[in-house]
Design a protein around this ligand. Structure first.
Ligand SMILES: [Zn+2]
Ligand SMILES: [Zn+2]
Length: 399
């Protein structure tokens, strides 16, 4: 049978309507799959659709990539599934882009006659909080949306942003620049604000002014926390790491860490330094755990002083089984706080102000944490290889 003109044009149209994206097909199998012709998502009434300019890979994505090795991420991705079992989703949750469509309900409840300069429009340059809270539970209604018990994360439970287009609820959109203005933050950096927000949220939960601070883990988040603690007036910063220490410590020292410790073969040197420098208090004032390593958890409660504060952001791959809570927390009177995501939306407001403060020069600091090469989604296998073998700490795709 011959193709009619109508058939031909519908074939063409279905091609232009497809998008490139990375999909997690099965939780039992490592890796991701590149799709070339996934349907571009339809924008729902309360959503905007964003054409992705740049999207960053984080530790969660690495765990999803290597799902056979992480029981935690497999359980998390199945949290909301019923009997139907796992359905493939598009991965990725850190990105920025340009609004391409706005749902008809967006802004419909504005006060008539009152101009709303915050309302986003097609062409605006944005990022988004990808933790979608339920909006109805007690936590959501008392300013604790970031720990909503029914939170769904795009790229973990729902389709994410390793794609050419992504839809997000309007209330989760963060405006970076009207009409595509990229002067506050270029797309390379705009893609990593979700991660930067983790570091900002963590550091804001402790008063570091004039304090001794230990940052455990010199990955992207630990390095971001280092320059934030320095800027916010920490008196002394210790930084630890167990992998790829040369490059990470060079950046850490540049960002303000006084002493860096390779803890691959034990933490005695760290303990000795803390004992020597902090002898009056017998420990550091504030510890930020940003590695997720079980040995770092041990170090945190060993080096914190009596009455000190430990903030926990790093997630261990398996539950800790031999944690000494009496010696580590109770008898020391330690304050412990878990940090999840970013405060909605205090952390975002803070981040935007910090990024606009020229003397902090955050753009160039964040840029140094990123791989200099920008990857295409087609190169995802080599990109994840670079991250898994430690050649790069963090990188971005340009879909
Ligand atoms: Zn992330
Ligand atoms: Zn809720």
């Amino acid at each position: 049978m011959q193709n009619t003109a109508a058939q031909e044009s519908s074939i063409k149209e279905s091609k232009t309507k497809g998008m490139r994206c990375l999909v997690k097909e099965s939780l039992d199998k490592d890796g991701l799959s590149l799709k070339e012709d996934m349907a571009i998502p339809e924008v729902r009434s309360d959503e905007v659709r964003i054409k992705v300019l740049s999207t960053a890979v984080c530790g969660t994505d690495k765990s999803i990539y290597q799902s056979s090795k992480s029981e935690g991420i497999r359980l998390e991705m199945q949290r909301y599934l019923g009997d139907g079992g796992y359905q493939p989703i598009i991965v990725g949750h850190e990105f920025c882009g340009v609004i391409d469509a706005v749902g008809e309900g967006v802004g419909a409840d504005r006060f008539p006659g009152v101009p709303d300069s915050l309302l986003v429009q097609p062409g605006d340059y944005v990022t988004a909080e990808m933790h979608l809270s339920c909006g109805h539970c007690t936590l959501c209604r008392t300013g604790n949306e970031h720990i909503c018990t029914r939170v769904k994360v795009k790229g973990v439970h729902l389709d994410g942003c390793f794609a050419q287009y992504v839809c997000v609820p309007y209330k989760n959109v963060i405006l970076l620049g009207k009409n595509g203005d990229q002067s506050i933050v270029p797309p390379r950096i705009g893609a990593m604000l979700d991660a930067f927000g983790n570091a900002v949220h963590t550091v804001y939960e402790a008063d570091v002014r004039g304090k001794s601070v230990a940052i455990l883990g010199a990955g992207p988040l630990g390095l971001m926390a280092t320059f934030l603690c320095r800027e916010f007036g920490a008196a002394r910063i210790y930084l630890t790491e167990a992998a790829d220490t040369e490059r990470r410590f060079a950046l850490g020292e540049q960002f303000g860490a006084e002493q860096c410790f390779d803890v691959l073969n034990g933490s005695q040197a760290l303990y000795d330094a803390v004992e020597k420098n902090e002898s009056m208090a017998n420990g550091v004032d504030v510890v930020l755990e940003m590695s997720g390593s079980p040995t770092a958890y041990r170090d945190a409660f060993r080096i914190v002083r009596n009455g000190g504060t430990v903030l926990l952001l790093g997630i261990t791959r398996k539950p800790l089984t031999d944690f000494d809570i009496a010696n580590g927390v109770i008898w020391k009177g330690v304050t412990v706080k878990g940090i999840f995501g970013r405060k909605m939306f205090d952390t975002w407001e803070t981040m935007l102000r910090l990024l606009q403060a020229p003397h902090l020069d955050l753009q160039s600091k964040l840029d140094q944490i990123l791989a200099s090469k920008t990857y295409k989604l087609d190169d995802y296998a080599s990109a994840f290889e670079q991250l898994n073998n430690g050649a790069e700490m963090k990188l971005v795709f340009q879909p």
